[in-house]
Write a protein that binds this ligand. Structure first.
Ligand code: GLY
Ligand code: MN
Ligand code: MN
Length: 440
């Protein structure tokens, strides 16, 4: 079943290529210190086209006038190496397991490329990558170009990512299922974290609980570094230190999401450490939440991220003006982009195999990419009010709030894939009063 998904994708890539060869390398192990490695995470494009989760592999798609084929280079079986670090699929089983036409030992790559590249003008690859297999392929192409008796060696390098990121922008039902599964675990983790947080705990204790729940439910990885930010730490946008105390009366911003089969979830919630929002915290929180609900409501085919961005800037400016954080007329505040000081980032981003899926927001003609069914994006309005900013009314200083959900474009509108993660003040306070063990 899964195999069909990947074969179909490979066929689709081939159908969009002119004659030529496409090369997609896997990730490789990365050293963490001396001879120990970081946990392995597959390269997203390679996984998208193969479903294969080993390092040191390369997928080759080749197309000429008469036919096309898919070839996988991978590590050969090695009982000694497998005894140390785990089983390998091996060359013999690769065609049956992965539906590729041919499979070869990755160690024979240079020699095989010498056979597979001649006769093709176009080489599709990540032209910016310094991946060692791609560099070797380029070197082989260069050698071929010096061999006068080899006709038509590859010299047109075409950026394959442009094609792949457009394909990946439209999610298939299988992909939506993976994101939903990731979100079902992420939901438990956020609820447990809201319930567990108490004054005097360290941020990393909450991080540990979140990541324990991810792992307990079988998620292979976090989709990004977990952020647990108490009080003013929420105003550091990528705060991943998570080393401070959670204090009574402060808010706790958590941005955390797990992966399921390499598909991301990306959720932010902000909750009161002591279990109840103060008056000022609640006013700001509900302003942001109300803006988020309005932005989500506007999501439908034909819309664009740029329109959502403009809407978010207007709505959040209104919130800040109503609370006395920004002063002046709406038009003037928008014109001067005064909101940027406290809402400096985008309203959201595409999400899929990468938490920030790689497709741009404008097409080749500079036109906004319009929303279509099957796209997934986050909506994450926020207001950050640093403790040391004298322009902010004192009662709001040191508060940072972001609310983030993952939204699927449907035929007529949208589906909030994370609708069941507590968000209203009542829902959040109710969860805060519960025993965190109920969510494990
Ligand atoms: N967690 C990363 C982001 O929200 O973009
Ligand atoms: Mn996000
Ligand atoms: Mn996030």
């Amino acid at each position: 079943m899964k195999n069909t998904i990947y074969s179909k994708r490979r066929k689709k890539v081939l159908s969009q290529m002119q004659n030529g060869v496409a090369l997609v390398p896997s990730a490789s192990m990365q050293m963490r210190s001396n001879d120990t490695e970081f946990p392995f995470r597959q390269e997203s494009n390679f996984y998208y086209l193969s479903g294969f989760n080993e390092p040191d592999a390369l997928l080759l798609l080749s197309k000429n006038k008469k036919s096309s084929k898919t070839v996988l280079f991978l590590r050969k079986r090695d009982l000694q190496a497998e005894m140390w670090v785990g089983k390998r699929l091996g060359v013999e089983d690769a065609c049956a397991a992965l539906g590729v036409d041919e499979a070869y030992d990755i160690e024979t790559l240079d020699e095989k490329l010498g056979e597979l590249l001649p006769g093709h003008l176009n080489l599709y690859l990540d032209t910016f990558s310094s991946n060692s297999y791609l560099l070797r392929a380029k070197r082989t192409a260069e050698k071929l170009s010096h061999t006068r008796n080899v006709e038509r060696s590859p010299h047109n390098f075409i950026h394959l990512n442009t094609l792949l990121e457009k394909m990946r922008l439209h999610k298939e039902p299988y992909e939506i299922e993976q994101i939903k599964k990731a979100l079902s675990i992420t939901k438990q983790a956020h609820h447990a974290a809201m319930a567990a947080a108490k004054p005097g705990m360290k941020e990393y204790e909450i991080q540990a609980l979140i990541e324990y729940i991810f792992k307990k439910h079988g998620s292979q990885h976090d989709a990004y570094g977990t952020i647990v930010a108490g009080g003013n730490n929420a105003n550091t946008l990528h705060y991943i230190e998570n080393s401070n105390l959670l204090n009574a009366g402060e808010l706790m911003l958590i941005d955390a999401g797990c992966e399921w089969n390499c598909y991301a979830s990306d959720i932010t919630r902000t909750s009161p450490v002591s279990g109840k929002f103060s008056k000022h915290q609640q006013a700001l929180y509900e302003g942001i939440l109300d803006a988020q609900l309005k932005i989500i409501k506007a999501i439908k085919p034909g819309g664009s991220k740029q329109k959502l961005q403009a809407k978010s800037e207007r709505l959040l400016t209104e919130v800040m003006r109503d609370l006395g954080i920004l002063k002046g007329s709406m038009d003037e505040l928008i014109e001067k982009k005064s909101f940027k000081k406290y809402y400096p980032h985008g309203i959201g981003h595409w999400m899929g195999l990468d938490v920030h899926d790689t497709c741009p927001y404008k097409d080749e003609n500079g036109k906004d990419i319009l929303f279509e069914e099957g796209m997934v994006l986050t909506v994450e309005p926020a207001i950050y009010l640093p403790l040391n900013d004298p322009d902010i009314p004192e009662a709001f200083r040191g508060i940072g709030i972001r609310t983030e959900d993952d939204i699927l474009l449907t035929a007529k509108g949208h589906e909030n894939l994370s609708h069941d993660i507590a968000k209203s003040v009542d829902e959040v306070e109710k969860i805060c009063a519960m025993d965190y063990r109920e969510f494990i």
